[in-house]
Ligand binder design. Structure first.
Ligand SMILES: [Zn+2]
Length: 276
């Protein structure tokens, strides 16, 4: 997981342009009639986005069901405004963060999440600051849940301290992994509480275990090859260098590098490799 850069355009302008592109008719008239309210909502979002706290934007209802329906219809995955926002956000990211969903760090990006759910906040369906590239698994799990349960990786600055750990064990003669979260006291308590709810709601500890289960064969093979050559110590130091390097790009608490680091320093792992 890593912080990512938000949309660089002016969301309100992007929204207005999308309205202007709409053909005239009842829907467009309804949007124009409610322009003051919608613009006010965009201004409020942007103001609190800049102050890194969206709480004052929450709990406001869209005035009518009809307006809600029209606002929601503005968001289509292939609509020009959505394509422009997606391409702008994508271009602004590093290679590492554009490929993988930063909510989980496991799956590839395939969709856009509305950080404030669009069913509840339809006025932000097209708001670039409210759109977050992610994988469909995270998007489904996040759904319409309370946004305050999740990290907003535009706004919440991730700690550089380690908070994700993994225990290496043996179960039925195979390696087993148990990821867990721990705050050694260096991470602000409110931020750590949000990391915990984010992990819980997106089922991340279990999804990371499954990802590690899938990645283990290649890693064990590499370790075994060096072990046979008597190069275990060198292998440990190479992996630790790789981990340090990769954490800069993928995040200090990326599951794969936390896991590789734990493996090479685990007596359980080396004992397992020696028996293969
Ligand atoms: Zn994801």
């Amino acid at each position: 997981m890593k912080n990512i850069k938000p949309y660089s355009g002016d969301s309100k302008v992007t929204y207005d342009e999308a309205v202007n592109r709409k053909k005239g008719g009842a829907q467009k008239n309804l949007l124009l009639k409610n322009a003051a309210w919608i613009h006010g909502r965009y201004d409020l979002y942007h103001k609190h986005f800049l102050s890194l706290n969206l709480s004052p934007v929450l709990s406001v209802l869209c005035p009518t069901v009809k307006l809600k329906d029209v606002l929601l219809s503005m968001y289509g995955y292939n609509a020009k405004a959505v394509r422009d926002i997606r391409s702008d956000i994508y271009k602004r990211q590093s290679k590492a963060t554009k490929e993988f969903c930063q909510y989980c760090g496991i799956e590839e990006v395939g969709t856009m999440d509305h950080f404030l759910p669009k069913e509840e906040y339809p006025e932000y369906a097209l708001n670039g600051e409210n759109l977050f590239p992610c994988c469909s698994k995270c998007n489904d799990l996040k759904g319409e849940k309370d946004p305050s349960l999740f990290l907003n990786l535009y706004l919440d600055q991730l700690p550089t301290t380690q908070y994700l750990f993994v225990d290496i064990g043996i179960q039925n003669n195979d390696l087993s992994f148990r990821f867990y979260l721990h705050n050694d006291g260096k991470i602000d308590a409110a931020l750590f509480a949000k990391i915990e709810t984010h992990f819980k709601e997106l089922d991340l500890l279990d999804r990371m275990r499954i990802a590690a289960d899938g990645a283990q064969t290649d890693f064990i093979y590499r370790a075994k090859r060096e072990f046979i050559k008597g190069l275990q110590v060198d292998f440990v130091s190479i992996v630790q260098d790789e981990v340090k390097y990769n954490k800069q790009y993928y995040g200090d608490n990326h599951w794969r590098y936390v896991w590789e680091d734990a493996l090479v320093t685990s007596p359980v792992f080396w004992n397992y490799v020696s028996t293969l």
